[in-house]
Each structure stands twice: as structure tokens, then as C-alpha cells.
Design a protein around this ligand. Structure first.
Ligand code: NCD
Length: 354
């Protein structure tokens, strides 16, 4: 295993590094020309096994604005993946052509698995319904710029909390700051997974935007993740259940901000876009600067590389999550962390009794 400073889970880094990335992102935003040759001669490989607009283009634009170059694919059927090449082999090769790599993949734990054999640092741009750390950096920079703080916030998170990877990373990071509390607004079937709520202190559930919105500093809306549902009927039952419209916003405070990682479907009525509290388009724009900062820091600073696997095999334990990379790539070392009779898969974080 190589020792690169990968970004798989934001919590592999700590608050001082998050603050450093956010503050560099803000400096770049103020004076982008200073950084325009900072990555001259460097190449970023972008491997997008799943559709993407903002994440992919903001990463590409970030690298180009730093003076670097980009290679990669966003349509795996046009690469050797179509011929059946494993994730391990594709990663090995592309990482040998690149100085830094960005990967999005539909299976949880896949980017960690790729990092085990990559020959350059790798950034998780979304692994199935698991995590999306660079969206969280975007969200944190947005909160810092627009609310002036990352502490003491009451944050409502609405929509698909089960399969929505952006909100998993967001809660993991924001719960490390003092005084933050969360209201999870969703249908019971789409509530936050255990591995997110288990370590939390201040959180509650709600099944109504109207009921929760009054006391919030931030309302983070999310799309129902159709592509991760086991059946079309189940998706239809959940789609359009929570919609933010101007009527609901009337019950909110003047300094609420509304965020969304986008793409938005029906969950925010277009009439909300002109409300000054609707900041989702600005949020997407900020994402480019925070990714410029992240690339610069990962390529130039000494960051202690994360230990990718800390666990053990635990007597032949198997991960029961069908969407975990352990089911796809048989060469991977099985690795689980045991705690109070519960074991957690180190790739997808699913928890189950031993
Ligand atoms: C999100 C994603 O891909 O997880 N989009 C993004 O990266 N900004 C959210 C989504 O697809 O709903």
C-alpha cells in the first residue's frame, strides 16, 4: 500500500486542515490571478463512473485555472471499463499518468479501494450513497462566507437522507464544531443511516418542513436519489413528498439560508430562486474555489496520509451491504472495526451485529 495523502472521508483530515482549505479557497476567490500558474506541469485524472455536472466541471475548471492539465473519462462505456477492466487495474494505470486523481463511482467504498493501489493521491468525488467530502468542503466554505461561522448552527436537512451521500459527509464534519444541532426532515424510510446518527449528540427528527423551518439557521434540501432505489414504485412513493416553496419560506427567519448540492428536481419550487435566502447557485460557484484550494494543498503541502484500513478480518465476517465494493472486487482485504458487539465495514461503514 502506498502512502499518499488521499481524501476519502473528510474526517481523515481534521479541523485545522478544513479551516486551512476553506481559508485558502476564500483567498483564491479574492485574487484568482495569483494562483494561475500554481499547478503548471501537473495533471489531474478525473474518473467519473457516474453522471456529474458540478463536481466534475468544477474540478476540471479548478485545475485549468491553476495552470494544470486534465485527462480522464466521464463515460466509462467509452473506456476499457466496458471491456471488463477491474477498478484496481484502471486506477493503477490512470494514477501512473496523473499527479492527482478524482474519482466518482456508484459503489460505496470504491474510492478507498482504489486508493489502496493508486500511484498518486486520490480524491473521493462521491462513492455510491456513502460519502461526498468535497461537496462538504463547498458547503463549509459557503457557511463560513454567508453565515460567518461553522459553529452554533441549527441545521435542517431535508429529503433523501438515506442514500444522499452529501449529507452524510456534511453531518460528519459539522458535528465536530461546537454548538451545532441537526433536524433531519424526511420520511422514516429515508432517514439517516446508523453510522451517521450513532456518534451524534444534538439531533432530532421531523417529518415536516413547516414544523421545523422556524427555528433553523440553515435548510439543506436534497434530491431523492432515484438511481439508488431498489424499485421504481418505491421511488414514486417518495418523490415530491417534500417541496420547499415560497409559502413555507414565510415561516422561516430572515437570516435562514437555503442550500442544495444540486441537481434540484421538484424539491425546491423555482419561485424560491429569487428569494435572497436561496444560496444554492452561489454555493455551486464557491465549489470551484474550494476545489482549487484542495488541489493546491494536496499537491504541495505535507499532509499526514490517512491510514486506509485500521481494522481486522474478524473471523471471516462479511459485509452485508449489497452496494459495498467488497462484493465487486474479490481481491480486496476484508477489514472491519469491532465495537460493543457491532462491526463496521471499513469500506462502506455499514454496521451489523457479529
Ligand atoms: C450530488 C451528488 O452527486 O451526490 N451532486 C453533487 O455532487 N453536487 C447530489 C445529487 O446528485 O443529488
Amino acid at each position: 500500500m502506498k502512502n499518499f495523502n488521499h481524501l476519502i472521508d473528510l474526517n481523515d483530515f481534521g479541523k485545522p486542515q478544513w479551516d486551512e482549505i476553506i481559508s485558502l479557497g476564500e483567498k483564491i476567490m479574492d485574487n484568482p490571478h495569483i494562483y494561475e500558474a500554481s499547478c503548471r506541469g501537473k495533471i489531474m485524472g478525473t474518473l467519473f463512473y457516474e453522471p456529474s455536472t458540478r463536481t466534475q466541471m468544477s474540478f476540471q475548471s479548478a485545475m485549468l485555472r491553476l495552470g494544470g492539465g486534465i485527462i480522464g473519462f466521464d463515460n466509462p462505456t467509452a473506456s476499457s471499463v466496458m471491456k471488463g477492466e477491474s477498478l484496481k487495474d484502471t486506477t493503477k494505470i490512470v494514477s501512473s499518468y496523473s499527479d492527482i486523481m478524482v474519482m466518482r463511482h456508484p459503489v460505496a467504498g470504491s474510492v478507498k479501494a482504489a486508493a489502496l493501489t493508486a500511484d498518486c493521491p486520490i480524491i473521493n468525488a462521491g462513492d455510491g450513497g456513502h460519502l461526498h467530502p468535497t461537496q462538504t468542503l463547498t458547503d463549509m466554505l459557503t457557511l463560513h462566507k454567508e453565515k460567518g461561522r461553522l459553529t452554533g448552527l441549527r441545521i435542517g436537512i431535508c429529503g433523501d437522507l438515506k442514500y444522499g451521500r452529501t449529507v452524510h459527509s456534511l453531518v460528519k464534519a459539522l458535528s465536530c464544531y461546537e454548538g451545532n444541532s441537526f433536524v433531519f426532515i424526511s420520511a422514516d424510510e429515508l432517514q439517516m443511516p446508523d453510522y451517521i446518527t450513532a456518534p451524534l449528540e444534538k439531533w432530532s427528527k421531523s417529518d415536516s418542513i413547516d414544523e421545523a423551518i422556524g427555528g433553523l439557521d440553515v435548510l439543506y434540501m436534497t434530491r431523492i436519489q432515484k438511481e439508488r432505489f431498489p424499485s421504481g414504485e418505491e421511488y414514486e412513493r417518495q418523490a415530491s413528498r417534500y417541496i420547499l416553496d415560497p409559502g413555507k419560506l414565510k415561516k422561516a427567519g430572515e437570516d435562514l439560508i437555503v442550500l442544495h448540492p444540486l441537481p434540484r428536481l421538484h424539491e425546491i419550487d423555482a419561485a424560491v430562486d429569487s428569494d435572497p435566502r436561496a444560496l444554492y447557485f452561489k454555493q455551486a460557484h464557491y465549489g470551484m474555489y474550494v476545489r482549487m484550494a484542495l488541489i493546491l494543498i494536496m499537491l504541495n503541502y505535507d499532509i499526514t496520509p490517512p491510514v486506509l484500513l485500521k481494522g481486522e478480518t474478524h473471523g471471516g465476517a462479511k459485509c452485508k451491504n449489497d452496494n459495498c465494493i467488497l462484493q465487486n472486487e474479490p481481491h480486496l482485504p476484508q477489514s472491519f472495526i469491532k465495537n460493543d458487539g457491532v462491526i463496521t465495514c471499513e469500506y462502506c461503514e455499514s454496521r451489523f451485529a457479529l
